[in-house]
Design a protein around this ligand. Structure first.
Ligand code: CP3
Length: 345
């Protein structure tokens, strides 16, 4: 039997396979970011897009965060929206306003401007960041790749930026289902290639972020989003395990599980024991501390960690995480206290 790399039996990879672990693995969505002084220092010299395009800096920023926090996994430093650039959209990160896409897709004619990513040459810098991060990372720690789920990326492409009601997105979905499904298909096939490329470059597992999906009803999710997410997960699963993360709507957990994958990522709007009862013990579950708890103090953080671990009640297959990304105003010491509290059990 060939010897497995050290990360194979890491707590996180064991939890992905629902094997028992000595201590619960923990990592944080957005664990490298503005709340960390070392990151802010890099950003003083470099724009966010330049940072994402520099494999060396991506690796540095993530490895620094992993070391500072003592987490059980690294996630690729990159961004959800970068894939929309080679597909034909103008992407800009404006300080204060968040990301802006300059020529959003609103009509069938606009769709001509959105090409599928077929060759991965345009995303080579992402794969190089995977290789560099993997090379610099402790061999016992897994590296997580990621991409946006088709719904969230389509909504960004259609709205052109953040949105309250997703009005353009839903209008297209309900009024032009043919255009909608064509758009989702192009995005989904591009995302599958991106994730497979990350796994081939050295990531051990990938996470699909459906950050905006919570605005859909279960029936609309099944009709308009599920088939595309299912195709992505089906393709990618031949190459590695998939964490499927959604936020905003606990009623979607059942429908999201129909898309497949190994780990369901949930936010704080559902209890973890209820999450398991809705989708069954065949799943690993990731989550789900409310990120605002990290704005309090270590005793409060420990109390919330205890409550989550009590809901898990020793089931195999729990990966501790926040229910959504670290907030920019989070004190780093509190993030460290969280990791320590999870490890203390
Ligand atoms: O988790 C990590 O530490 C890895 C890196 C990572 C980033 N973005 C870096 C980033 C990951 C996994 C993401 C995912 C991402 N990007 C999501 C899904 C997660 C979620 O929060 O729902 C989304 C929706 C995006 C799109 C995006 N990128 C937004 C809305 C913003 C601006 C708002 C914000 O929080 O700053 C970004 C910028 C971004 N992506 C930053 C970082 C560290 C901040 C850039 C900066 O100002 O330095």
């Amino acid at each position: 039997m060939s010897e497995q790399p050290a990360w194979h039996d890491s707590p996180l990879m064991k939890a992905v396979r629902r094997e028992p672990v000595e201590r619960t693995p923990v990592w944080l969505m957005r664990q490298a970011g503005r709340y960390m002084a070392e990151y802010a220092e890099v950003r003083r010299r470099t724009s966010f897009i330049e940072l994402c395009r520099s494999p060396e800096l991506c690796a540095e920023v993530m490895l620094t965060a992993v070391e500072r926090l003592g987490v059980d996994a690294a996630i690729l430093f990159s961004d959800l929206l970068l894939i929309l650039q080679p597909m034909g959209l103008g992407l800009e990160y404006t300080p204060g306003d968040g990301p802006v896409l300059h020529n959003p897709i609103r009509t069938a004619a606009d769709l001509d401007r959105l090409g599928e990513v077929r060759s991965l040459d345009s995303l080579e810098y992402v794969f190089e960041a995977v290789r560099r991060t993997r090379a610099g990372l402790d061999e016992r720690l897994p590296l997580i790749g990621f991409a946006g789920a088709p719904f969230t990326l389509a909504a960004y492409a259609i709205e052109g930026g953040s949105s309250r009601n997703y009005a353009h997105t839903k209008r297209m979905m309900f009024a032009d289902p043919g255009v909608w499904h064509e758009l989702m298909g192009r995005i989904g096939r591009s995302v599958a290639r991106l994730l497979i490329g990350q796994l081939q470059a050295g990531a051990q597992v990938v996470q699909l972020f459906d950050s905006w999906v919570g605005c859909l009803s279960p029936d609309d999710y099944r009709q308009f989003a599920l088939p595309h997410t299912r195709s992505v997960i089906e393709e990618v699963s031949h190459h590695g395990p998939v964490i499927h993360f959604g936020t905003g709507n606990p009623a979607l957990i059942g429908p999201m599980a129909e898309a497949g994958g190994q780990v369901m990522g949930v936010d704080w709007r559902i209890r973890l024991d209820e999450a398991w009862s809705s989708i069954g013990d065949g799943w690993a579950v990731q989550g789900n501390l409310d990120p605002t708890v990290l704005l309090t103090d270590p005793p409060t953080i420990r109390r919330h960690v205890r409550a989550i671990l009590d809901q898990v009640a020793g089931r195999p297959g729990h990966i501790f995480n926040l229910g959504h990304g670290v907030l920019p105003q989070t004190p780093v010491e509190n993030a460290v206290a969280l990791v320590e509290a999870v490890h203390a059990g």
